[in-house]
Design a protein around this ligand. Sequence first.
Ligand code: ASP
Length: 374
Amino acid sequence: MIRIARRTCLAAALALAACAPQPAPESAPPSQPARVTPVGVRPTDIGGNLPAEPRWGMVIHGGAGAMTPQSIPPERQAEYQAALTQALMAGHAVLARGGSSLDAVEAAINVMEDNPLFNAGRGAVITADGRIELDAAIMDGATLQAGAVAGLHTVRNPIDLARAVMERSPHVMMIGEGAETFARQNGIAMVEESYFWTPNRRTQWERMRMQDSLRADSVRRAGQGAGYSVPDERKWGTVGAVALDQRGNLAAGTSTGGMMMKRFGRVGDVPIIGAGTYANNRSCAVSATGHGEFFIRNTVAHSICALMEYGGLPLQAAADSIVMRQLVTQRGEGGIIAMDRQGNVAMPFNSTGMFRGRVGADGRPVVGIFRGEP
Ligand code: ASP
């Protein structure tokens, strides 16, 4: 009897302890006065262990695909390396002056969106209908606030709009015309759709249009179904960044034109929170690149975080488990970049290459394209 009473007391005490207010974790101060706190999320809910001295820094990617040292001429490789370094240093400058991981992610992605080498912003791939349809997402690991946009035609830097959706609306995701109206209302830079077209993309698009109509002809003649695998060339160049700031807060962001010759209205993994983009101070920040449909089906970014948070796996093991095993089994090509709150970094990819780079507090950027590079 006494034992039962004691047990009841213990259970009640534990329950009370669980309900008691938790100590507030470190979280970044709001950077916009108009910030909206989403229903159901208290900014102090999300914490995780903060090491005494976080190893702050950032990791970026510029897309994964079937690139090899033979398929990209050396001068083009140098251009990519320079562009990745420029993006890393833009993010590093923000972090070094004590800025937030969100600001660093946005700054690095802006550099790559403006560079026509990448499939994001200017230089984005073109849809089968000859349109530009851009997607992006950003997420704050300290609060779990997130913003995502899809199907944009005239927003110059989609990551800026994703951030505005996160901070200036009560919503997480906006698409198409409505998202563009919201962009105009919030003073986000707009451009003509022709701004995004580059001579290289036009040539690539015209060639692929020709190939697709030849393929459709032969499929019709053979009386086969319409399915075919997506050629590698269609999958390169999405950009993404993850960062850990000096306060120990994580953030992730991703921006893309999607896949070359995608069908009208197709949305990939990038703006799907938990698929191509996710951040949580309790586990890690992830940005993905690759064949989006597989990343959506496997909720890749959130699965990696969940393996850490609920399964206790270290970052590299969690990332490898999804990218190098689960996706490989399904032939879902691509990779991810990730950082945890201790400043550990993972960049697994199951394709032959992934444009990528990292920089820490020492300000020395390291970039790579192919397997075996640092
Ligand atoms: N994941 C992107 C998408 O499917 C494409 C890419 O990463 O290259 O839209």
